[in-house]
Design a protein around this ligand. Structure first.
Ligand code: PXP
Length: 239
């Protein structure tokens, strides 16, 4: 049995709520169900346009739910301020573009290094653990280490999209090598994006993996089987 933890991204609970600009479904209730069903951490992405998770959701979950809270956010002053205000246990810095449907790939650490290192330092000094969302490329893992990150989250987007195609094995190998390097550099190791009940097992099998952060597939499955079952099924297929 692997000791790999599951972070459940509840953004799309808020997406559903925003469909009616209503109070339900409530992310606080979702966070409680996740943690009572084997989920190890609550993940929320505070976007600049606040299209799903709002500042008040972060605050409400922080104040009303006992558990690890992980905030995904862009490396901006506005988001730094929000993190310092709501005090998640950890933050993952991600790239963000105005018209994207979802995060598309890892941070460009070469061009954005100085702002990322500044915000990483500020958050670390405030006792918030920082991971950087990176593509599984050796230079990005080394750069994350040099910028002072505690962990890397490997972007599994290309792997997920290559599922069932020739490219899949090559993408899995890239993730395995990136994971190996991250562990050698003593970085925490997370992965996520596009993972589902079918493609998750090889990623969960990567040696040294600490956390998988999964959202869309779990919330989609919850529509049919309920959130409790969707979370516990994912936990089961990860082991
Ligand atoms: N990790 C990061 C950094 C993300 O931005 C997202 C999407 O918000 C996820 C994981 C979860 O991706 P998915 O919803 O495809 O499981």
């Amino acid at each position: 049995m692997r000791n790999i933890k599951l972070g459940v991204n509840i953004d799309h609970i808020a997406t559903l709520r925003e469909g009616r600009k209503s109070k339900n479904p409530d992310p606080v209730e979702a966070a409680r169900v996740v943690l009572n069903s084997g989920g190890d951490m609550i993940v929320m992405h505070l976007r600049h346009d606040r299209r799903h998770i709002k500042d008040s959701d972060i605050q409400n979950v922080r104040e009303n739910v006992k558990g690890i809270i992980h905030l995904e956010m862009a490396a901006t002053k506005e988001m730094e301020k929000a993190a310092l205000k709501y005090r998640p246990d950890s933050v993952c810095l991600v790239p963000e573009f105005p018209d994207e449907v979802t995060t598309r790939g890892g941070l460009k650490l070469k061009s954005k290094g100085s702002e990322i290192s500044k915000i990483t330092k500020t958050l670390s000094e405030a006792g918030i653990e920082v991971s950087l969302f990176v593509d599984p490329e050796p230079q990005d893992i080394r750069a994350a280490h040099n910028l002072g990150a505690d962990a890397v989250e490997l972007c599994t987007n290309v792997y997920s999209e290559s599922w069932g195609k020739k490219l899949q094995n090559r993408e899995l190998e890239k993730l395995q090598l990136a994971a190996y390097l991250a562990k050698e550099l003593k970085l925490g190791l997370h992965a996520g994006h596009g993972l589902d009940y079918y493609n998750v097992a090889p990623i969960a099998g990567i040696e040294g993996m600490d956390f998988l952060n999964i959202g869309f597939s779990i919330i989609s499955r919850a529509v049919f089987v309920g959130l409790k079952n969707a979370v516990s099924e994912m936990k089961r297929v990860m082991q």
